[in-house]
Design a protein around this ligand. Structure first.
Ligand code: F6P
Length: 550
């Protein structure tokens, strides 16, 4: 396999970077009135303005050639077709089948997976409808009022983010809670808010072996049984979402209360499966299907749009352009929408667990830098926290602004101000403030020449910072589905270009193994000597201060 850096298009881009690096975004806009019209796309209800990027027609042509040289189209098709795109785990990655609203067959090992997908969706509808309607009763005969999702990583971040994002559509009686951290404070503080006889616990774990989730689930079960409930009441209050039937049954959850999915669904891509149950309970199955539809619309766009009009492809190419040619290794997600406050955290797992890799698909050491650090917080809050560094710091941080044009909570001028701030930030990042502009501004405010001179370096700045703006009409289930699928495919296209496997996560395993063995050592209540001096020292300090040494 030719490594990305050996491709002709890669080399052309490296040379092209030298040609364009000193052309400012201001210059690009001044030399082309049609830039906004030229560098925009519409897909599945999402509008993308990518004109405020360091791209010219030539840049785009070179980037598109890189996508062609990297077989992006073929690789995308392989994923949609259920081929083994996750070779280190020997699996396809078929989250797209979970939202395949066209219901066309999707074959895995000669078998159509769609009937299974539809069966689970039908069971989920029956169950979630009965909890929502109040027909499902707790052990004292009362309807469920609180739902506690116990899961971590993909079994937490996706449902939590989506439940928060679609809060305006939430069921009135059902309060949703999420416990992920093995820190007992997370469970204890949640249990203080709920009653055993009206709470439904969802134990969400693809593998049903995750230490944090099983520990939390056991504690929740103990708490439940400490009330007047008995073992036979557990089935009314505990359900499992998993691929591991034996482990679910061993835990003590009746498999009739288990909603399954398949090993070809990656944890961070599992929101579309039964792992989405908290969202189904919150917004109802009809709206959940609209959510699936939005993602499916984006899937169809991704599969069928030419590379030059393909939104995830363009976003991925921009990330590659900055990450690999501009040395910009950080990417800011700035949703101007309070309901999307967990979206950056969700994207962190999606992008960093997927593309944080140091070997190519064939196992050879990586030849280029891979996934950037992804981070963010909703605007306008970020403006009063870290945006200073994005404007004037020494790093280039490409930014995605995300906003709905229509508020679901119209309140006076709030939404206009939110939009104004969003547009102002991308303009400020791009335009900066020249010394001349500053001079005029300060003169108008009555500053002396000496004062202007003294502050000129501090108060003027180059701007020239790139951003995308993504707009939806309203943050509906459909729009959210499309937005998530857009980023999923963007991550896949980046991985295709870097020639890495975005569907495994071996690096995470070492920490899990070590935590297990350290815990076993701690239980022996004796001074630990088997690690390096720092780790030994920390463990022994913890044992001593907690009076755990025998
Ligand atoms: O953190 C690693 C990880 O394996 C994630 O990929 C996954 O989403 C999470 O743990 C939880 O796994 P599970 O759903 O099997 O409990």
């Amino acid at each position: 396999m030719t490594h990305p850096v050996d491709l002709d298009a890669w080399k052309t881009l490296a040379a092209h970077y030298d040609d364009v690096k000193s052309t400012s975004l201001r210059d690009l806009f001044e030399s082309d009135d049609a830039r906004f019209e030229k560098f925009q796309l519409n897909a599945a209800g999402i509008f993308l303005d990518y004109s405020k990027n360091h791209v010219t027609d030539d840049t785009l042509a070179n980037l598109l050639r890189l996508a062609e040289n990297s077989d992006v189209k073929t690789r995308l098709q392989s994923m949609f077709d259920g081929e083994l795109v996750n070779p280190t785990e020997g699996r396809p990655a078929l989250h797209t089948a979970l939202r395949n609203r066209s219901n066309t067959p999707v074959m895995v090992a000669g078998e159509d997976v769609m009937p299974g997908v539809n069966d689970v969706l039908a069971r989920l509808r029956v169950f979630t409808d009965s909890v929502r309607s109040g027909d499902w009763k707790g052990y004292t005969g009362k309807p469920i009022t609180d739902v506690v999702n116990i899961g971590i990583g993909g079994s937490d971040l996706g449902p939590l983010m989506a439940v928060e994002a679609l809060a305006p559509f939430a069921h009135e009686r059902l309060n949703m809670h999420f416990v992920s951290n093995v820190d007992g404070s997370h469970m204890v503080s949640t249990l203080k808010k709920v009653d055993p006889d009206t709470t439904l616990f969802i134990v969400a774990s693809k593998t049903f072996t995750t230490q944090e989730t099983l520990t939390n689930a056991h504690s929740a079960r103990d708490w439940f049984l400490d009330s007047s409930a008995t073992e036979s009441d557990v089935s009314k209050h505990f359900v499992a979402l998993s691929t591991n039937k034996e482990a679910v049954s061993e835990f003590g959850i009746n498999v009739d209360n288990m909603f399954g999915f398949w090993d070809w669904v990656g944890g961070r891509y599992s929101l579309w499966s039964s792992i989405g149950m908290p969202l189904m309970l919150s917004i109802g199955m009809d709206r959940f299907e609209q959510f699936l539809q939005g993602a499916h619309d984006m899937d169809v766009h991704t599969r069928t749009a030419p590379l030059s009009e393909n939104m995830p492809v363009i976003l991925a190419l921009l990330t590659v352009w900055y990450n690999n040619f501009w040395s910009a290794h950080s990417h800011l997600i700035a949703p101007y929408d309070q309901y999307l406050h967990r979206f950056p955290a969700y994207l962190q797992q999606l992008t960093m667990e997927s593309n944080g890799k140091s070997v190519h698909v064939d196992g050879t050491p990586i030849s280029c830098s891979t996934g950037p650090v992804v981070w963010g917080e909703p605007g306008t809050n970020g403006q009063h926290a870290y945006f200073q560094l994005v404007h004037q710091g020494t790093h280039i941080i490409p930014t995605d602004f995300i906003m709905a044009l229509e508020s679901l909570n119209p309140l006076g001028i709030h939404h206009e101000l939110l939009m104004a701030n969003c547009f102002a930030q991308s303009e400020a990042l791009m335009m900066g403030k020249t010394k001349e502009e500053l001079k005029v501004e300060m003169q108008k405010a009555g500053a002396s020449d000496a004062e202007i001179e003294r502050l000129s370096g501090h108060r003027s700045f180059a701007g020239n910072r790139p951003s995308n703006t993504l707009l939806v009409q309203q943050l509906t289930p459909q729009a959210l589905g499309a937005l998530i699928a857009l980023y999923e495919h963007k991550v896949f296209v980046e991985a295709a270009i870097w020639d890495i496997n975005p569907f495994d996560q071996w690096g995470v395993e070492l920490g899990k193994q070590l935590a297990k063995s350290i815990h076993q050592e701690m239980e022996l209540a004796a001074t630990v000597k088997s690690h390096d001096s720092s780790t030994n020292g920390l463990i022994n300090k913890a044992l001593k201060l907690n009076n755990l040494l025998a």
